[in-house]
Write a new protein. Sequence first.
Length: 161
Amino acid sequence: MKKGKTFIISGPSGVGKSTVLSALLEKRPNLYFSVSATTRDPRPGELDGIHYHFMDAESFRKWIAMDQFLEYAEYVGNFYGTPKRFVDEAMNQGKDVILDIEVQGAAKVRSIPEISCNNIDAALIHEAAIGKIAGEQLLKLETLGLTPEEAEEKILEGFLR
């Protein structure tokens, strides 16, 4: 079985990562979205294992010591990280994996030899680049007579290849 690929969506808060992710996951149901782990408290409506894997700080530190994260960071007094196990399981099942992580975490993941070298493609999709490219493509496609919805569909198809 062919091993899956890793894709990274990265960018500052509020630039539209969730919007892009939602569209990608809708168009590619075989994509596995990697749910991050965190030590912060769940917000109203957030579910463990769906929005985050919620952990206490002691457990998180133990996972760090056991090298259980592809990347992790501390932000505003809480830890956030990408558990290796779930990513490995999905990729070994031939699923492509998409990570939603901050810029430093993305650089860390791309530097991991197993991700960057061993027939696993790591593609960094940065929101600023998506916005610029998509905006330019949208204008070009609309001038060809496509509706905005049709143009957006064509742009997404290009990112999914």
